[in-house]
Design a protein around this ligand. Structure first.
Ligand code: ZN
Ligand code: ZN
Ligand code: ZN
Length: 125
C-alpha cells in the first residue's frame, strides 16, 4: 500500500503532535475544514496501522487518538492504561505499562484499558 507523505497527513499529524493528551476524532475534524471527514478517518486508521498513533474508545463510544510515544518500545504494543475525566472529558495516556497474562495460544492485538474518574483539575475537593 502506498504510504506517501501527503499534506493532509502532515496536517493531521501536526494536530496530534500539538496535543499532549489524546484528541477526539470530532475535535480533529472540527479543526480541519479542507479535508473531508472520510479522508481524515482513513488517515487516522493508517496512523494506527503504522504504529504512529493509537485509538482509544471512550465509554460513550467516542473515538480518541493519541500519538504513540509511551508505547514506542522494542516491540510496538499499547498495553498502557488510559484515563478519561468525567468532567472535562479529556483522555490521557498513562505511561505505566501493564503486563497482561493471557491463556496459552492467545495473542493481543489491541488493548483499550480505560479508567474513568476525575483528573487533578476536576477532582472534587
Ligand atoms: Zn502505539
Ligand atoms: Zn478533568
Ligand atoms: Zn495511549
Amino acid at each position: 500500500m502506498n504510504r506517501r507523505k501527503t499534506p493532509s497527513k502532515e496536517k493531521i499529524l501536526a494536530i496530534l503532535k500539538s496535543q499532549g493528551d489524546a484528541i477526539s476524532h470530532e475535535t480533529i475534524t472540527n479543526q480541519i475544514t479542507d479535508i473531508n471527514r472520510a479522508t481524515i478517518y482513513r488517515i487516522l486508521n493508517q496512523f494506527c496501522e503504522d504504529g504512529i498513533a493509537h485509538r482509544i474508545i471512550a465509554e460513550n463510544g467516542k473515538q480518541f487518538f493519541a500519538l504513540c510515544k509511551t508505547c514506542e518500545v522494542e516491540e510496538h504494543h499499547h498495553n498502557h492504561l488510559h484515563f478519561q475525566c468525567n468532567t472535562c472529558e479529556k483522555v490521557e495516556c498513562f505511561e505505566s505499562e501493564i503486563n497482561i497474562s493471557l491463556p496459552e495460544g492467545y495473542a493481543i492485538e489491541n488493548f483499550n484499558g480505560l479508567i474513568n474518574g476525575y483528573c487533578n483539575t476536576c477532582a472534587p475537593a
